[in-house]
Each structure stands twice: as structure tokens, then as C-alpha cells.
Design a binder for this molecule. Sequence first.
Ligand code: 5RP
Length: 219
Amino acid sequence: MNQDELKALVGRAALDHVVAGSIVGVGTGSTVDCFIDALAGIKSQIAGAVSSSVRSTERLQAHGIRVFEASEVESLPVYVDGADEIDPQGCMIKGGGAALTREKIVADLALRFVCIADASKRVDVLGRFPLPVEVVPMAVAQVRRRFAALGGDARVREGVVTDNGQCIVDVHGLRIAEPLAFETEVNQWPGVVTVGVFARHRASVCLLGTPEGVQTLRY
Ligand code: 5RP
């Protein structure tokens, strides 16, 4: 199976975690696109979705799935999203698609985070994938200096403006052995909108696409 087939496999597998009659939290990315396409097949069994990006909203609506605003719901039973990396505790790096802020907002509404990923995303320690951070443009130079002090090389993602009108820096060269402490620290820095470490909102379960089939990891 190639990577696209593995993404389709886990996208379909995530349907088993969707609660009938509920509103589903929906992430962003190529793996989530597969989930959205699979969700269309059971759309009569759900009330709708809360989306984490313009991209996912457009795909959901194209399938005729109702999209609710995050402010319209108090909680969601399940949030389904991909990841750029996932560690043995279910902590993740996210934001490769620049949607990390809305992803964290929707994940915060959910009782369970179901991560869908192909096996290449599994790592022992987070940081090989450059860490995305959404930053207010005025703060970029200072945020870059702060990452440099931690040994990271923060590079502005050229030509990218997020759905929230901010910019993204990708931080190379980090080794994030304590994701929760790291997320807490970077969250304090003025001008940081969202850091792409998901430790407070780590996965409850990961459906990992492997050549042998879907492996279910629980945390
Ligand atoms: C978007 C994300 C995605 O979930 C992450 O980049 C994985 O994407 P893909 O499924 O395309 O590999 O965090 O901001």
C-alpha cells in the first residue's frame, strides 16, 4: 500500500469512532480529506461537523454535510485529525497545513482526540518535523530569538497567511523530550498565537496506517 492508500484506510477506520447523531470535530489535511470523504457516506447518521479550517469546511459542505460554528457547540464527543508527528504518549506536532490554531480550538471542545496517520508519523521524540508556530507578525523577530536560545532555527513560512491573518514560523533543530513543559513555556511568549505541540490536547487514540492494516494505539 502506498501512503495515499494508508491515509484512505485510516480515514475510513475513523468512522468507527464517530458517535451516531452527534456533531463531529473535523481537523485539516490530506488524511482528514480522506476522513471527510468517508464521512459523506454516513452523513445521514450525524448532525453535522465543526471544522478547523476553510479547506475542511469547503470539503464538508461540498459533500452536503452541515458545518456548525465552534461557538454553537458546548462540547463534541470526538475530534478527528491528522498529525505531522506523534510520540509514544500520544503527544503530537501539528500545523503542517497551517491550521493549528483552529485545530487546537476544536480539539479543546472534544472529549476524545482520534488521530489518524500513516506509520511514518510515529516518532520516539518530537522535533524531527519542523515545529509550526502561529505568530503575530510584529513578534516574529523576538520569537525567532527565543527559539534560537533553545537551539532552534525558526524560519518564516514564506507566502503563508493563516485563516486568522497571522504568519507561521517553522522551527528546525528542536528535540522536544518534554512536550507538555515545552508547550506551556512557548504559550507564555508574547505574540505566539499557537504552538504546534499538542500535549495538553494529545491524542486519546491513534489509528495508524501500516502495510499490515490499521494499528490502534491507545494512550
Ligand atoms: C494541518 C495539520 C495536519 O493534520 C498535519 O499537517 C498532517 O497533514 P497530512 O494528513 O496532510 O499529512 O496539522 O495543520
